[in-house]
Design a protein around this ligand. Structure first.
Ligand code: FES
Ligand SMILES: [Fe+2]
Length: 419
């Protein structure tokens, strides 16, 4: 349980707030590269700030404040030209550095344009995502987490927007006990009531023991399932929460990041980034990194509960737009949740004292690839885990599912799924 004041501190990301200052020390995805063609622009919102993202015909990507410095019209309605963005209202032209190149209504000898700039933020593309940094200078290095750099794996990205605060979604990442209940027992219950739920069979064993260890990149999570001993990878390897906004998760030849991006205090962009290397083998022609939507609403607006992510989203959203932690009753199963909250408060305090928080990298060598631990033999189920992902979770909506199933077959692994 938290006081109303602590809950407010934990969940507000506006500029100048303790968590807002912490969160602005990190890079976040703002678009999927494949979904931003040349000469396209889009409005994006990150940490409550309205921005415009666009790609020039030379392929470069730029991010500005979504406000023309002339009289404040949104630049997300601008024209993308070869040199930059031309405001729709009076035609002022800005380049990718934020400089004003033209003001068509001003006299030919005017130097006014030299005095005008639009606010611009660093962007960088990596692993099929466009990342942005809104924080103070100097800009830290965009971390090269391993999966973003695997160009010999089939990679795709499922995504959706969820109408609730970022923190309650991250709390789910350190909630190892929900898996067997929400995705196991609850799926069985729905199935018994006639809802066509593909039950993720590998998810249903209860935990005998769980362990959370603080590491230099976040929290390493390990579990022993009933019937497992300490040699099982769920205990001997585990998988991490990468502070502040990623969960590493996979198994059976799938390797994943669940990324959560705070759009504002009440909305979060959720991405399921997966790299498939069946049998641990490189994929000769992995193709482009593609995206797909993960639907979770029924036509009547209620939750879709027939897949793992729909169930998770029900659990997150029904806590409220911002969960009221003054009314919760935490138990032993919430150890990970308590640890994560404390980490957020501690790291916000580090920033307040003028230090970099954990997971911020700078200087020589900071662009090295960062390999993270993750079970391959997840739940002791071999490829059963990835079969469940492809049949009962976000990956069932992937446009590349047939290709993924075929690749498993090519390396001699039968998922029991028709391609
Ligand atoms: S408001 Fe943009 S050019 Fe006038
Ligand atoms: Fe879940």
């Amino acid at each position: 349980m938290l006081s109303a004041e602590r809950n407010e501190t934990l969940t507000r990301f506006g500029p100048g707030t303790p968590m807002g200052e912490l969160m602005r020390r990190y890079w976040y995805p703002v678009a999927i590269s494949a979904d931003l063609p040349v000469r396209d622009l889009r409005k994006v919102r990150l940490l409550g700030e309205d921005l415009v993202l666009y790609r020039l015909s030379n392929g470069s990507v730029h991010l500005h404040e979504d406000r023309c410095p002339h009289r404040g019209t949104a630049l997300s309605y601008a024209i993308v030209e070869s040199q930059g963005l031309r405001c729709a209202y009076h035609g002022w032209l800005f380049d990718g550095t934020g400089a004003c190149l033209e003001q068509p209504g001003e006299p030919a000898d005017s130097t006014f344009a030299d005095k005008v700039r639009v606010k611009t933020y660093p962007v960088e593309e990596l692993g099929g995502l466009v990342f942005a940094y809104l924080g103070p200078q100097p800009t830290p290095t965009l971390p090269r987490y391993d999966l973003f750099c695997w160009d010999d794996a089939i990679r795709d990205i499922g995504h959706t927007i969820v109408p609730c605060n970022f923190v309650q979604i991250m709390e789910n990442a350190v909630d190892l006990d929900h898996v067997a209940w929400l995705h196991g027992r609850y799926s069985e219950w729905l199935n018994s009531r006639g809802l066509p739920v593909e039950i993720p069979k590998t998810f249903s064993r209860l935990n005998r023991e769980v362990r959370f260890d603080s590491t230099d990149y976040g929290i390493l999570m390990r579990r022993q399932l009933e019937g497992q001993d300490a040699s099982a990878e769920d205990w001997s390897i585990g998988h991490p929460l990468v502070f502040p906004n990623m969960l590493r998760l996979g198994g059976g030849g799938s390797f994943g990041f669940h990324l959560r991006v705070p759009i504002d205090d009440e909305n979060t962009w959720v991405l399921w980034y997966t790299a498939y290397r069946p049998g641990g083998l490189p994929v000769p022609a992995p193709g482009p990194i593609t995206s797909y939507d993960v639907p979770w609403r029924l036509p009547d607006g209620d939750f879709r509960l027939d897949h793992v992510e729909g169930q998770d989203i029900m659990a997150w959203v029904t806590q409220g737009r911002i969960a009221d932690r003054t009314r919760e009753r935490l138990g032993t199963v919430d150890r990970g949740v308590i640890m994560l909250r404390q980490m957020l408060f501690d790291q916000a305090e580090r920033v307040r004292q003028g230090h970099d928080p954990m997971g911020v990298f700078r200087g020589p060598g900071s662009d090295r690839v960062i390999d993270l631990p993750q079970e391959v033999e997840k739940f002791g189920e071999g490829t059963g885990f990835v079969r469940d992902f492809l049949e009962a979770a976000h990956a069932k909506f992937s446009t590349r599912k047939p290709e993924i199933v075929r690749r498993y077959a090519e390396v001699g692994l039968d998922l029991g799924i028709a391609p």
